[in-house]
Design a binder for this molecule. Structure first.
Ligand code: CTP
Length: 381
C-alpha cells in the first residue's frame, strides 16, 4: 500500500486534490492511470490526468465536474468524458478490455476491471494504476512491474502481440524511449524489429500514422526519435536532409513528410501545397539567390505558400535580405487593374492577365512610377 501523500500538492485547492477528494468520498471505484502515474512516480509534472472508472465513466465525470466546474465534453461513442480546468485536461474512461479484430484495426471494447484495463495498454510504465476510491485509497496496482521498469529505465511491452495489434506502438515506443531517456527492453526491441520487418505500420490508417508523426514533432528530442526511425528502418530517408530540419520551425513535420513521401496521406489542400513547395526548397533557394530584379524575385515567391517563404531565410540565412525585399514588394498595390483595361476598351480574356502581369513587372522594377505613367504607357501600346 503506497500512501497518496506524495501526490497531494502543497496547494490544498489544486485540481488533483479536488479530484482525489471527490472520488474518495464517492461510491465510484476510480484509478489514476497512464502517463500521469508514470510521470508522477518519476517526479515529473503533467497537465493531463487519466482516470479509469469501474462503471459509468460519463456519469462519474459529470458529477466530478459539478465540483470542478470546468468545461466538460462527452464522447458518447467511446464512453468517455474530458474535462478542461485550469489548463489541465482530465480524461475519464470506463475500465475496459480490448480485442483487435485484425492487426492495426481499432479495438473492440468491452467493460472490465482494472486488471484487464491495465493489461490492454502499450507499455509496462503506462500500465500502473493508483486507486483514489475510499476502499483502497492510495493503493498502487502494478501487475506488470511498471515501477520496476521505471527504476531500470526500460520500455517494455506487455505481450508478444502488442506491436502487431497496434502498430502505432512502434512509434510510441521510440517516442517514450527518447523522451524519458529509457532503453527498449531486449525482447521488446526484437518484437519491434519483427513488426517493422512485417511492415505492420502499413496496416494502420494514414490518418493515425499522421497523428503519431505529429506527436513526434511535438517532442523536445524529436531529432533523436528521427534517428531511431532511420536506425530501425521504419522509414528510409537520407540522414543528411535532417541537417536542415531544425531551421524548419513549425514546418518540421511537413518537411519530414517530403522526405518519406505522402502517397495516400489525407492532407488538406493547404498541406499538400506546403509539402509541394518544401520539396522545391533547394531550387527555390537558387532562384531567389539568382533573382536579378524585383519582378523576378516577386514572381518566383508569390506562387509559394507564405509559411514556406518564411522559413527560407532560416534555412538560407544569406537570403534574409532578399526575403525582406520580397515582403516589401508585396505591399505594392498594382497601379493597373482589370477595370482600367476595360476602360481602355481591351476585351476581357487571357490577354488581360498577360497585360496586367507585364505592367506589374514594370512597376516592381521601377520602370513605371505612377498610375498616370502606367495609363500613358498602355495608351501608347
Ligand atoms: N495507450 C495504449 N496504447 C496506445 C495509446 C495509448 O495502451 N496506442 C494507453 C497508455 O496506457 C497510455 C494511455 O493510454 O498511458 C494514455 O495515452 P496517451 O495520452 O497517448 O499517453 P500518455 O501516457 O498520457 O503519455 P503522454 O505523456 O505522451 O501524453
Amino acid at each position: 500500500m503506497v500512501k497518496l501523500r506524495f501526490l497531494v500538492k502543497k496547494k490544498k485547492k489544486s485540481v488533483l486534490n479536488r479530484i482525489i477528494d471527490f472520488f474518495s468520498r464517492s461510491s465510484y471505484t476510480a484509478y489514476l492511470v497512464g502517463g500521469f502515474v508514470r510521470d508522477t512516480i518519476m517526479g515529473e509534472t503533467t497537465k493531463d490526468i487519466d482516470i479509469s472508472v469501474q462503471g459509468d465513466a460519463i456519469k462519474a465525470g459529470y458529477s466530478l465536474n459539478s465540483v470542478l466546474k470546468g468545461k466538460a465534453e462527452i464522447h458518447k461513442q467511446f464512453g468517455t468524458i474530458s474535462i478542461c480546468k485550469d489548463n489541465m485536461r482530465i480524461d475519464l474512461a470506463t475500465t475496459r478490455k480490448e480485442t483487435y479484430p485484425y492487426p492495426g484495426a481499432l479495438p473492440k471494447i468491452t467493460q472490465s476491471n482494472i486488471y484487464e484495463d491495465l493489461k490492454r495498454r502499450d507499455f509496462s510504465v503506462n500500465a500502473i494504476a493508483l486507486c483514489i476510491s475510499k476502499n483502497n485509497l492510495g493503493k498502487i496496482f502494478d501487475p506488470f512491474d511498471g515501477i520496476g521498469d521505471i527504476r531500470r529505465r526500460l520500455i517494455r511491452v506487455l505481450h508478444n502481440n502488442s506491436f502487431i495489434d497496434d502498430p502505432t506502438r512502434i512509434l510510441r515506443a521510440l517516442r517514450y524511449k527518447n523522451r524519458l531517456k529509457f532503453k527498449l527492453e531486449a525482447s521488446t526491441e526484437s518484437l519491434l524489429r519483427e513488426a517493422v520487418s512485417k511492415r505492420m505500420l502499413e496496416k494502420i490508417s494514414k490518418q493515425r500514422l499522421m497523428n503519431e508523426l505529429k506527436l513526434i514533432f511535438a517532442e523536445k528530442d524529436y531529432l533523436d526519435i528521427l534517428n531511431d526511425l532511420k536506425h530501425y528502418r521504419i522509414f528510409t530517408f537520407n540522414k543528411r536532409y535532417l541537417k536542415n530540419i531544425n531551421a524548419m520551425e513549425d514546418l518540421k513535420y511537413y518537411y519530414f513528410l517530403c522526405l518519406i513521401g505522402t502517397k495516400n496521406f489525407p492532407l488538406s489542400n493547404q498541406e499538400k501545397k506546403i509539402v509541394k513547395d518544401l520539396n522545391k526548397l533547394t531550387t527555390l533557394g537558387r532562384l531567389v539567390r539568382n533573382a536579378r530584379n524585383n519582378a523576378t524575385l516577386y514572381f518566383t515567391l508569390s506562387v509559394i505558400d507564405d509559411k514556406v517563404v518564411k522559413i527560407i531565410p532560416k534555412v538560407y540565412p544569406e537570403l534574409k535580405q532578399k526575403i525582406r525585399q520580397y515582403n516589401s514588394l508585396k505591399k505594392n498595390k498594382p497601379f493597373i487593374d482589370g477595370k482600367d483595361l476595360q476602360k481602355l476598351n481591351i476585351k476581357p480574356g487571357p490577354r488581360f492577365k498577360e497585360i496586367l502581369t507585364r505592367m506589374y513587372k514594370l512597376q516592381l522594377n521601377g520602370k513605371i512610377k505612377s498610375k498616370k505613367m502606367a495609363l500613358t504607357f498602355l495608351k501608347n501600346g
